[in-house]
Design a protein around this ligand. Structure first.
Ligand code: SAH
Length: 345
C-alpha cells in the first residue's frame, strides 16, 4: 500500500479525482498528515473519505525504535524503524535559534568513504520521500504538540542524498510546502560527497537550499585516498559545479573538512585549500574526526586543527571549527545503527 507521506498535493488531487472527491480536500489531507494526525482524526473530512484513505494508504510508517539523549548537550539520537524492518538514524540538535534535525536519505551508502561508518555494508536501499518526511514527523511528534518543532533540516545522516536524487527532490518539495511542515529552503542544507552532475541538476530543479560539500582534501591525491567518489569527479569538477550553484542560487557554499591525522591535516594542505577556495563565496567547517572502530584513522587533535584554521584565516578564507555535539551517544554518521545491528545479530 502506498505511504500517505509520499504524496504531495498534486498526488492527492489525482487520487481524489480517481475516487470522485473534490479537489480542495487535497490540501486538507496534506495539512492533517503533516501534523502527524491519523485518518480517523481528520475531523473536517467526510467519514466515507476517511474510510477510503484508511483502505488505500499506510500512515505514519516510520516509527521511533530507540532514542538516546546526550547528557552533555541534550542532543537526541533517534533510531527509526522502517516498514520493511530496516533501521536508519537521525539526530536532533537544539540551538537557541531552533531545532535542527539531521536525517538519513538511504539505508547504508555506496560511497565507501574511508572514515565513515555508513558505507561499511554498502547501500541497502534508497529511502522514499515519504520515509524522509516520516523521520521529520516522528521527531516533531516526539517533541510534542505546543513545543518548539523542527525549524531546520540537514540532509547529512546516512546515505548520499544526490545518489537518491528523485526521492530527495520530492522530499524537498513536500517538506517546504506551505500547507504542510513548511520548512523554508533557506533552513535546509544538503550535504554531498560531490556528485557533480547532480549538483547542476539541483541548482536548476530546487536551488535555494544550502549546499554543503564534503571535501576533506585540498587535492586529488589526498582525496583519492579517502573518498572513492573522487575517481569519478575531481576537485576541479566540484569547484566548477559549486560556482554554477552559487551563480544560480546566490547561496554561499559550505565545505566540510574532517581533520584526519597524517592524511589531510598538514600546513601544506591548509595552504593548498586556501588557494583552491580563493575568491569563492564559501565557508569551511573544520570537523574533529569521530572515531569509528572499524576504521584505522585518528582525529588530528586540538593543536593541528587550530593551526590549520589560522592558515585559512590568514588567507582570507572564512572558516570555523565545528562544535562536536552528541559525542557521548555515537552522534557520527552510521555508528549507532551499526552498533544496534551488531547487538541484534
Ligand atoms: N553523503 C553525504 C552526507 C552524509 S555524510 C556527504 O558525503 O556529505 C555527513 C558528513 O559526515 C559528511 O561530511 C561526512 O564526510 C562526515 N563524516 C562521516 N563520517 C565521519 C567521521 N567518522 N568523522 C567526521 N565526519 C564524518
Amino acid at each position: 500500500m502506498p505511504d500517505a507521506l509520499d504524496y504531495n498535493i498534486q498526488d492527492w488531487e489525482k487520487y481524489l479525482a480517481r475516487i470522485c472527491e473534490p479537489k480542495f480536500r487535497a490540501k486538507q489531507i496534506f495539512t492533517w498528515l503533516h501534523k502527524g494526525v491519523d485518518f480517523d482524526e481528520m475531523s473536517n473530512l467526510p467519514k466515507k473519505l476517511q474510510e477510503n484513505l484508511k483502505k488505500d494508504f499506510d500512515c505514519n510508517c516510520v516509527k521511533i525504535y530507540k532514542k538516546l539523549v546526550s547528557e552533555k548537550d541534550g542532543t537526541r539520537k533517534y533510531i527509526f524503524l522502517l516498514p520493511d524492518g530496516n533501521i536508519i538514524e537521525g539526530v536532533l540538535m537544539s540551538y537557541k535559534y531552533g531545532n535542527t534535525i539531521c536525517i538519513s536519505t538511504q539505508v547504508g551508502c555506496r560511497m565507501n568513504c574511508a572514515f565513515c561508518a555508513s558505507g561499511l555494508d554498502g547501500l541497502i536501499r534508497n529511502l522514499t520521500a515519504g520515509e524522509m518526511v516520516g523521520e521529520v514527523l516522528a521527531v516533531n511528534n516526539d517533541l510534542g504538540e505546543g513545543k518548539r518543532q523542527i525549524t531546520n533540516i540537514v540532509l547529512m545522516g546516512s546515505g548520499e542524498p544526490l545518489d537518491n536524487y528523485q526521492n530527495v527532490l520530492k522530499f524537498l518539495d513536500i517538506i517546504s510546502c506551505n500547507s504542510g511542515i513548511n520548512i523554508s529552503k533557506r533552513n535546509i542544507s544538503l550535504s554531498t560527497c560531490g556528485l557533480c552532475d547532480k549538483i547542476y541538476n539541483l541548482a536548476d530543479d530546487f536551488g535555494g537550499v544550502t549546499l554543503t560539500i564534503s571535501l576533506h582534501a585540498p587535492n586529488d591525491d589526498v582525496r583519492n585516498q579517502i573518498m572513492p567518489v573522487n575517481k569519478a569527479f575531481k576537485i576541479k569538477d566540484i569547484i566548477k559545479a559549486v560556482k554554477y550553484y552559487f551563480e544560480k542560487t546566490g547561496r554561499r557554499i559550505i565545505f566540510e573538512y574532517s581533520m584526519i591525522q597524517g592524511i589531510n591535516d598538514s600546513i601544506a594542505c591548509a595552504k593548498e585549500l586556501s588557494v583552491i577556495l580563493k575568491g569563492l563565496p564559501c565557508h569551511v567547517n573544520l570537523i574533529n574526526l569521530n572515531y569509528v572502530k572499524e576504521k584505522n584513522l585518528k582525529s588530528s587533535g586540538k593543536e593541528p586543527v587550530a593551526k590549520f584554521l589560522k592558515v585559512l584565516e590568514d588567507n582570507g578564507i572564512s572558516a570555523t571549527i565545528r562544535r562536536t555535539m552528541g559525542s557521548d551517544i555515537e552522534g557520527a554518521c552510521g555508528q549507532l545503527r551499526r552498533k544496534i545491528l551488531q547487538i541484534n545479530e
